[in-house]
Ligand binder design. Sequence first.
Ligand SMILES: [Zn+2]
Length: 247
Amino acid sequence: MPQLTIIFPEEFNCFKRHKNKGPEIIYPLERKTSIKHIIESLGVPHTEIGKIVGENKEVDFNYIPVNSQKITVLSIIPPFDVSRPSLLRPEPLQKIRFVVDVNVGKLALLLRMLGLDAEYSPKFSDKDILSLCKKEKRIVLSKDTGLLECKQIIFGRHVRSIYPDDQLIEIIKFFGINGPFNFFARCLRCNKKLVPISKKDILHRLEPKTKKYFNKFKICPQCRRIYWQGSHHEKMIIRLRKNGIYI
Ligand SMILES: [Zn+2]
């Protein structure tokens, strides 16, 4: 039977179906099919791939391999600049905006805390995520390889870290996002941009201590939640600095 040799980087060992198969995989070519389909049948979503090289030439996801070819698959080398076109992703993004899957939901709140645009709802279905990704050109963050294999997703990331704080550092570093961050810009509950509000208009809603120590306030135009620059950001700032991230 015709066959291919596919070489994967060690980084892809985290993907189940590919695990224990070693870096060099002999793949039986049963029918004419795209390299995207072949790679994904080995458990690696296309969102994780930086380059595909066949016969010393870079190829795209639609490339149809032939018998006895050697194909090298490379991961994305961070920082991943989504604003630059590449062979695999010829249409770059103008802005970094995310849509976050329920399996990494807490990450959405941390991204919002930095002022980054991260759409998320615990009620999101795969269909909702795909629609936001396509309509608003958002980067999908998920741990679901099945979702990341969907062709509607051009930019995405299989989040590797387990804990939300580590996931935040992973995503910031992977996409090369640097400060200055606006810690006081977005509603943590609904992702809407906050608007300034005068203290006298919300005085009746403030706790005595908040009333005493804080003077600058913002409000979410959607859920009317009130925000002020409190100490809850300090821990995060320390953590980001520790990880060499410019804030
Ligand atoms: Zn809100």
